[in-house]
Design a protein around this ligand. Structure first.
Ligand SMILES: *[C@@H]1O[C@H](CO)[C@@H](O)[C@H](O)[C@H]1NC(C)=O
Ligand SMILES: *[C@@H]1O[C@H](CO)[C@@H](O)[C@H](O)[C@H]1NC(C)=O
Ligand SMILES: *[C@@H]1O[C@H](CO)[C@@H](O)[C@H](O)[C@H]1NC(C)=O
Ligand SMILES: *[C@@H]1O[C@H](CO)[C@@H](O)[C@H](O)[C@H]1NC(C)=O
Ligand SMILES: *[C@@H]1O[C@H](CO)[C@@H](O)[C@H](O)[C@H]1NC(C)=O
Length: 353
């Protein structure tokens, strides 16, 4: 991946790796104003459209790391153009109401966590289920589950990250299940139930010979319980220069979708005695921003060395507006400080999603 110039700063790198242009125009989107908006995030993710719009709509906040996404969709004729000279920037668009949504009923999908099934939990308005992503200069084709199931035949889709990756994993499975007659042919490979702390979940669509997997790795780098430093408040460390020990499992995927961010806050680090370690040295004073940047650099080098871009398409999802209200306060400051304008964009995009 030549675009990953090692001499660039993180911010520049991040900008460089996203092949399609990032949002410049303001995202005209429903504003993030009510508490209930939080679950809109999940519903909108749930309502994501076709194979294109799945990766694109969540791509509102994604960096697409490997080959040029827009170009490949053009080649596959999945995007229709409006105007001969208009460039179809799939990240430049807005959420529009689509009354044909939602695309599935969460109560009929066995892979939805109870806590995220808003309607079943008593939410009365269903408007939040109706957002569809609309790029400014082109149309994404409507989600066609049969087409998508065929596209995914014999493939391996891997989500890695925190609960956001998990809920997106759930959403994709539920979307795909609407096209499967024999629901029993779709199962978790180890018979496990979805729980917050589980490290691996893999759902197999046996009639189509593909799996949609989730690996819980909230920091992406190695977390170790440790008292070896003899400092009482240090209960565990994040080894920022080493990717999570389950990372080998992520390698041979067709689609590899990461996220991280939500856990890089004081309450989930210093508050529970977790400090940083780099080059085998404890770095008590290292800021979270610096640590996050270092971890993402470790992640990007790992992508460079371990991932074959001819085989795997890589996405990285940045921050979301949290489903935990208190984090809404904690996040923006971290984002602004760590990544400046880039993160502001993502914050905006996150709110749009
Ligand atoms: C292209 O899209 C714009 C806005 O989405 C619309 O106003 C315009 O009529 C469209 N042009 C064509 C040729 O479809
Ligand atoms: C969703 O499915 C449940 C259970 O089958 C059903 O009770 C409910 O009416 C459905 N909701 C919608 C909006 O179709
Ligand atoms: C299932 O998919 C794998 C690749 O993921 C492939 O190697 C294998 O041959 C496929 N099996 C069948 C029966 O098509
Ligand atoms: C780790 O050590 C190497 C070589 O000693 C050095 O180049 C690198 O900058 C160090 N990394 C950090 C984050 O301090
Ligand atoms: C990817 O494909 C290109 C063109 O077919 C080839 O030149 C390159 O060596 C391949 N890279 C890897 C890592 O297999």
């Amino acid at each position: 991946m030549s675009t990953f110039g090692r001499s660039l700063s993180h911010k520049q790198r991040a900008l460089t790796v996203s092949s399609p242009r990032l949002f410049d125009k303001s995202v005209s989107s429903p504003r993030f104003s009510r508490k209930s908006e939080v679950s809109r995030l999940f519903r909108v993710l749930i309502a994501i459209g076709s194979v294109v719009s799945f990766f694109l709509a969540i791509g509102g906040g994604y960096l697409y790391v490997l080959p040029n996404l827009t170009k490949s969709f053009h080649e596959e004729n999945l995007v229709s153009f409006n105007g001969s000279d208009s460039f179809c920037d799939i990240f430049d668009g807005k959420w529009v109401v689509d009354n044909s949504y939602p695309l599935y009923n969460a109560s009929e999908c066995p892979f939805v966590e109870k806590g995220f099934n808003c309607l079943a939990n008593g939410r009365t308005n269903g408007d939040y289920l109706k957002w569809r992503w609309k790029p400014r200069n082109c149309e994404l084709p409507r989600f066609n589950v049969y087409h998508m199931l065929e596209i995914l035949r014999n493939k391996r889709i891997v989500f890695v990250g925190d609960s956001m990756s998990r809920t997106q994993w759930e959403s994709l499975i539920c979307l795909l299940m609407t096209g499967v007659q024999d629901k029993g042919s779709v199962y978790e490979v180890n018979g496990n139930k979805i729980t917050k702390l589980i490290r691996f979940l893999g759902v197999r669509f046996s009639s189509f010979n593909f799996t949609v997997e989730f690996y819980r790795s909230v920091f992406l780098v190695q977390h170790t319980w440790s008292s070896k430093y003899g400092i009482k408040r240090v209960r565990s460390t994040l080894t920022l220069d080493q990717l999570d020990d389950i990372s080998d499992e992520w390698i041979n995927a067709d689609f590899l979708i990461f996220n991280s961010g939500q856990w890089w806050v004081p309450g989930k680090l210093f508050g529970v005695g977790c400090y940083f370690q780099v080059n085998s040295t404890l770095r008590i004073g290292m800021s979270i921003q610096t640590a996050f940047r270092t971890a993402l650099e470790t992640w990007s080098s790992w992508i460079d060395t371990k991932i074959n871009p001819n085989r795997t398409r890589v996405f990285f999802r940045t921050f979301e507006p949290s489903h935990w209200r208190y984090l809404l306060i904690a996040m923006p400051s971290i984002q602004m400080n760590a990544f400046g304008s880039l993160s502001r964009k993502f914050l905006q995009i996150g709110a749009a999603i």
